[in-house]
Design a protein around this ligand. Structure first.
Ligand code: NAD
Length: 509
């Protein structure tokens, strides 16, 4: 399968939109560069939609909705099953596309596809999750029942770090429920969305039901304000999530806006420190720390900090960093861009200036043969003051910070005082402490000896506080609630003897 490319006045291909079930070249004249982060070379331009293209995308989706929403449950189900089969058969291609634009290693790209595929599989059973309810004889001869209907055209705006999985948190559910989707992918890795659009076409989805609109703030604002768009599902950084929530709400839309994170791992003194060190490495440095569920802070309840730092340090020495598609596969690839690498580096500077100890320093890190790649080495910071911006803000890179605390209570208070509430984990063999933690911690997703507790598809994904604006999480039962609206119907079949004649009082049972 190839990506849609059309030529502008440039030697590089221009990645375009997918509208009306076909590649759609852009004539906006605006583009953004797309890089291979491992080499640092620009590989393409991505189109940035203008007002006419935004309008064309939404208009096509509206037509797609009008067709798709009349399809029977059985017909819709057969399309979702076909999409699942095609995805399963060819996901290696998608992993390569993700790795080439995002930089993550191939097995990690395969992992994100597998987690997205789980949601597709959930969506194949949508008939069960979109059923209404029926109450017979609510009043004498009166039945009350509810039906769930799609919303119409729904917008999805996704971040760079999971170009396949995050859109798949939403679109299988939205489409199964009878909606038409306009997906605005991240302009940093725009090709995975087009690959998935081609797959929908092959699966038999009618044209217009899955649209890809490439773009920047202009495209996002178009979706947020157009009255034909009924809802917005957003995942990205907290300031943008807040903006999305406020703007889309002001325009009368349903919104779920998932934001940033700063996830803590609380290590109690009874935990097995070899297991903890392995898990801290996996959750801190996997995908170069560019995961919203990455662990960024290890809260070590003394006296374990020194021993744990030693174990983490020796494991860092074994990590292979390199291009995502190279063999043998490295553990970790580059960051998404040179700007982001410099931002991550700046946070390490801040930590140092604020008095922290840089135990392992990933600044000025190069990979032989990939000297221009956007690499940043695994970094370990100790004794970080919790007043430092390097502690309070999200870094989104391969930086693990150790904060030493005296007790469970001190660790819990630190987690609960943070701005974010996406994920957290406790490591202990004390069931009572773990149970207390799950009850007391102010975070949406909790791992008990599980460092990255991303819920399975039949539960729902979402954080608390600045990690989620809106009241609906992604996928699971909440996903189906978000993408449907309910009608309640009160029904009776009248006959002259029982209909009650004229009565102007308020209806009572
Ligand atoms: P981002 O907020 O920069 O971009 C996300 C999307 O918003 C992109 O499609 C982008 O084009 C668009 N956008 C960017 N600036 C905009 C603006 N000013 N106005 C309108 N739209 C704009 O996020 P990112 O850098 O792509 O992704 C990383 C962030 O996403 C991190 O903060 C990470 O924690 C977060 N994230 C959160 C979750 C979660 O589930 N909570 C999951 C993945 C990523």
């Amino acid at each position: 399968m190839t990506n849609d490319t059309t030529s502008f006045d440039t030697a590089l291909p221009v990645i375009g939109h997918w509208i009306d079930g076909a590649p759609s070249a852009s004539s906006s004249g605006r583009t953004a560069p797309v890089f291979n982060p491992a080499t640092g070379a620009q590989t393409a331009e991505v189109a940035l939609a203008d007002a006419a293209e935004i309008d064309a995308a939404i208009a096509s989706a509206q037509r797609g909705y009008e067709t798709w929403s009349t399809f029977s449950i059985a017909k819709r189900q057969s399309v979702i099953f076909a999409f699942r089969e095609l995805l399963n058969a060819s996901k290696g291609e998608l992993a390569e596309i993700i790795s080439s634009e995002h930089g993550k290693v191939l097995s990690d790209a395969a992992g994100e596809i597998a987690r997205g595929q789980e949601v597709v599989e959930l969506a194949t059973g949508f008939a069960h999750l979109t059923k209404g309810a029926f109450s017979e004889n609510a009043s004498t001869g009166v039945d009350v029942f509810s039906i769930k209907q799609p919303l119409g055209v729904v917008g999805i705006i996704s971040p760079f770090n999971f170009p396949a999985m995050v859109p798949m948190w939403f679109f299988p559910v939205a489409i199964a429920a009878g909606n038409a989707v306009v997906l605005k992918p991240s302009e940093k890795d725009p090709s995975a969305a087009l690959w998935m659009a081609q797959l929908w076409k092959k699966a038999g989805l009618p044209d217009g039901v899955f649209t890809v609109l490439q773009g920047d703030k202009l495209a996002v604002d178009g979706l947020l304000t157009d009255e034909r768009v009924q809802s917005i599902s957003f995942v990205g950084s907290t300031p943008i999530a807040k903006y999305i929530y406020e703007t889309a709400s002001q325009h009368g839309k349903r919104v779920q806006a998932l934001g940033g994170a700063k996830n803590h791992m609380l290590v109690l003194p009874d935990a097995d420190l070899d297991i903890v060190a392995d898990q801290a490495i996996n959750a801190g440095y996997g995908a170069a720390g560019e995961r919203c569920m990455a662990i960024s802070v290890v809260l070590a309840v003394e006296p374990v900090a020194d021993e744990l730092i030693e174990k983490i340090t020796s494991r860092i020495a074994e990590l292979r960093v390199g291009a995502g598609s190279s063999t043998p596969e490295p553990h970790m690839g580059p960051l998404i861009s040179a700007q982001h690498r410099d931002k991550v580096s700046g946070y390490v500077d801040i930590a140092e200036a604020d008095g922290a100890t840089i135990v392992v320093d990933g600044r000025d890190f190069t990979v032989p043969g990939c000297e221009d790649g956007f690499f940043f080495g695994p970094t370990l910071i100790d004794k970080l003051p919790t007043t430092s911006r390097a502690y309070t803000e999200e870094i989104f890179g391969p930086v693990l910070e150790v904060v030493r605390v005296k007790s469970y209570e001190e660790g819990l208070a630190l987690i609960n005082s943070g701005a974010f509430g996406n994920g957290t984990a406790i490591f202990t063999n004390d069931g009572g402490a773990a149970r207390r933690f799950q009850n007391e911690v102010q975070v949406g997703m909790i791992g008990i000896n599980v460092p990255i507790p991303v819920p399975v598809a039949y539960h729902s994904f979402g954080g608390w506080k600045a990690s989620l604006f809106g009241d609906s999480k992604a996928y699971g039962v909440q996903g189906f609630e978000f993408f449907t609206r309910e009608k309640a119907i009160t029904s009776r079949w009248l006959d002259p003897a029982t209909h009650g004649g004229i009565n102007l009082g308020f209806p009572q049972n």
